[in-house]
Design a protein around this ligand. Structure first.
Ligand SMILES: NC(=O)c1ccc[n+]([C@@H]2O[C@H](COP(=O)([O-])OP(=O)(O)OC[C@H]3O[C@@H](n4cnc5c(N)ncnc54)[C@H](OP(=O)(O)O)[C@@H]3O)[C@@H](O)[C@H]2O)c1
Length: 253
């Protein structure tokens, strides 16, 4: 598998799955565009990426809930590399909220986990069509597992899976593939960022592990490998597909 001369945008490259995906792609010689809000962390990741194969990545500090920032990801990529081959829509976050917690959480979850992906993919589409590239989206098993206390997140990720399938149909006539990776629990900062504190976070992760038929939690590296498989020519016959990686969590009782 080789990504030499492929320009790959990775959103959420400052942490977790996106960060590990960036290192993996760097080892495969990709030209990377790394985005996130935490500029200091992005620069650290960029330094490690550059050391790997000597290809200097482009860093774009961007809040995906701000349309101007989303547009800048595309304009900066074209300014620096002149093309886009692969878009990895990985960034995302959750919130602990149920039906009676109001609609603000729903708006936030839709804006970050669905609308920003729609907008960025739309803005990048013409460039990806030119290179006959592809799009990989990071969704979640929450897209099809109703979790009452994560309701806005589940709803947004469910919409995201439909986006994957519609975008795959829309872009197939141009030879562009769109696929989704749907992880169950993964080791990353995702659960810490829910703000529940260390004790509660550890408890949740232990419960998720116990509930998973394979009794383990996936690593970011494992998810990255699946993302990269779908982004590569090895997956040239795959589009509109939802790939679950969850140690069997979604088939638990
Ligand atoms: N970890 C899990 O258990 C799990 C399970 C299923 C699905 N997922 C999905 O996997 C994806 C990656 O999450 P992760 O596990 O790697 O979590 P993570 O370590 O918390 O990383 C999340 C990434 O998203 C970025 N991000 C968050 N809000 C953003 C915003 N408003 N604008 C721009 N970037 C933003 C963060 O960057 P900054 O902090 O720099 O903004 C960070 O790089 C997400 O889509 C998540 O829903 C995770």
């Amino acid at each position: 598998m080789d990504f030499k001369n492929k320009v790959v945008i990775v959103t959420g490259a400052s942490s977790g799955i996106g960060e590990v995906t960036a290192y993996h792609l760097a080892r495969l010689s990709a030209k990377l565009v790394l985005t996130g809000r935490n500029e200091a962390k992005l620069k650290e990741v960029a330094q490690k990426v550059e050391k790997t194969k000597g290809v200097k990545p482009v860093v774009v500090k961007a809040d995906l809930t701000v349309d101007e920032d989303v547009k800048r990801i595309v304009t900066e990529t074209i300014k620096c590399f002149g093309q886009i081959d692969i878009l990895i829509n990985n960034a995302g976050a959750g919130v602990v909220a149920g039906l009676r917690d109001g609609v603000k959480h729903l708006d936030d979850m839709i804006n970050l986990n669905l609308r920003s992906v729609y907008l960025l993919t739309q803005l990048a589409a013409d460039y990806i069509i030119k290179t006959k590239g592809n799009v990989v989206i990071v969704s979640s098993v929450a897209a099809f597992m109703p979790i009452a206390e994560f309701m806005p997140y589940c709803v947004a990720k469910a919409g995201l899976d439909m986006f994957t399938k519609c975008a795959a149909k829309d872009l197939a006539k141009h030879g562009v593939r769109v696929n989704s990776v749907n992880p169950g629990p993964v080791e990353s900062e995702f659960h810490e960022r829910l703000g529940l504190g260390n004790k509660k976070t550890d408890e949740i992760m232990q419960n998720r592990k116990d509930d998973s038929p394979l009794h383990k939690i996936a690593t970011g590296e494992e998810v990255a490998e699946l993302i990269i498989f779908l982004a590569s020519d090895c997956a040239k016959s795959i589009t509109g597909s939802i790939y679950v990686i969850d140690n069997g969590y979604s088939i638990k009782k």
